[in-house]
Design a protein around this ligand. Structure first.
Ligand SMILES: Cc1cc2nc3c(=O)[nH]c(=O)nc-3n(C[C@H](O)[C@H](O)[C@H](O)COP(=O)(O)OP(=O)(O)OC[C@H]3O[C@@H](n4cnc5c(N)ncnc54)[C@H](O)[C@@H]3O)c2cc1C
Length: 386
């Protein structure tokens, strides 16, 4: 980040954290006539937080980041024990955006607006009470009508009996000597890997006939040693991809899967992104929920309304997520068996609609009835009468 903050420390909006949520919101604000002239401060401790990330998500209608979609897929593979299916996902497209493209696209746009100040600094605290919100950055106070905060200052404090898992993964970008990938079809989940550590699958995003991201993901309590992830990826490539290859890059990460209800506002502070509860507890997907949340916030500001982040934490989907998370955490039924029943008994596009929190109750009953009844009923009752 190159620009420095103006002497006048009063802004219309302060965006704390220039990650996926912070940048998505700024870009939307700059695309609206009513908000593009607002004085905005964007602050982050680094400009490198997203450079080694890729974001995958699905959507029906192309949104503002369509110009930087790196790859998109009309078909997805699912592989479970004894079940493999390639499905057309119409009306959705499954898309991949590279963090570096996202960062450049947002920062290039921001650079064209002199009313946006970009600051590198450590946010140490904020206060949303009163007539204006205040944030402390490297010992200096900045004020605004609203702070949009994507910084998670402390880890969620879970209640006893609240399910919690980690989604942890390591991916290799590989270049193969043979053209073994179909660039039109990605692998959403391939459970044909050892399941001893918890629900574990491989995810394959072809980038061309001879390049792909191959990622090994687990839903479990504990992280693995780096060599354990690598051993599984290497064995998977050997068994299913059948080509010599070289590793050209790596990605790894940990996403907490929790039913904890993140606070949505603190007075004039509006929490966004993961810090605002936009990570789906049962899947870790966040990108599409961040887009929906930032769209809602930008449109409220456009109309001159007070921003209310109306996330999915208060909807029936949060209940479904928590129940699924409970079943996964208890391990009464292997994760592979749950997902294979869900995917083998329903159209994939319907499952995606459900996982995107876009289904209707009738469709949800059909989907849920495919799942093993007792473990889910027990988990649902546990959740209701905890
Ligand atoms: C490797 C990886 C891959 C992922 N892939 C996907 C995917 O494919 N699909 C999907 O839907 N989700 C994915 N996720 C989950 C989610 O989309 C991302 O974590 C996303 O970046 C969340 O956006 P955010 O803005 O809430 O948080 P972040 O992007 O993490 O932004 C928070 C920002 O706050 C800054 N910050 C933190 N503390 C301070 C401080 N004290 N002072 C100043 N700045 C601070 C950080 O530097 C960071 O830039 C992935 C997560 C990871 C880690």
């Amino acid at each position: 980040m190159t620009k420095s903050a103006h002497n006048n420390n009063r802004f219309d909006y302060i965006i704390a954290g220039a990650g996926c949520a912070g940048l998505s919101l700024v870009v939307r604000l700059l695309q609206q006539a009513s908000t593009c002239n607002k004085r905005i401060l964007l602050v982050d401790r680094t400009n490198a937080s997203m450079l080694n990330k890729t974001w995958c998500f699905w959507e029906e209608v192309p949104d503002i980041f369509e110009p930087i979609v790196h790859r998109q897929y009309k078909q997805l593979w699912y592989h479970g024990k004894g079940y493999s299916q390639l499905s057309d996902i119409h009306p959705y497209r499954y898309k991949l955006i590279r963090g570096e493209d996202f960062h450049k696209y947002c920062m290039d746009l921001i650079a064209r607006f002199h009313n946006v100040e970009v600051l590198t600094g450590e946010v140490t605290g904020m206060n949303g009470e009163g007539e204006e919100a205040q944030v402390n950055i490297d010992g200096i106070e900045y004020r605004a009508d609203y702070i949009f905060n994507s910084i998670l200052f402390k880890q969620p404090e879970l209640k006893p009996n609240q399910p919690y898992l980690l989604q942890h993964f390591r991916g290799w970008f590989i270049q193969t000597t043979q053209p073994v990938f179909d660039p039109g079809a990605a692998t959403l989940m391939d459970f044909r890997v050892p399941q001893e550590q918890g629900a574990s699958f491989v995810y394959v995003m072809p980038l061309s006939p001879d390049r792909a991201l191959v990622e090994y993901t687990l839903f479990s309590e504990k992280l693995l040693k780096p060599e354990e992830y690598e051993k599984t990826i290497s064995a998977y490539i050997g068994e299913y991809l059948h080509s010599e290859y070289s590793i050209t890059g790596k990605e790894d990460g940990v996403i907490p899967m929790t039913s904890y209800r993140f606070p949505e506002t603190d007075g004039r502070i509006i929490h966004i992104g993961t810090a605002g509860g936009q990570t789906k507890p049962s899947s870790g997907y966040t990108f599409q929920f961040i887009q929906r949340q930032s769209q809602i916030l930008a449109s409220q500001l456009d109309k001159g309304e007070r921003p209310v982040p109306s996330g999915f934490q208060r909807t029936r989907f949060h209940f479904y997520d928590t129940v699924l998370l409970r079943v996964l955490a208890r391990k009464d039924v292997p994760g592979e068996a749950i997902f294979t029943r869900l995917f083998s008994r329903n159209r994939l596009s319907r499952v995606l609609q459900f996982l995107a929190n876009q289904s209707n109750p009738a469709g949800e009953i059909r989907l849920i009835s495919a799942l093993p009844k007792w473990p889910f009923l027990k988990a649902a009752l546990n959740q209701l009468f905890r």
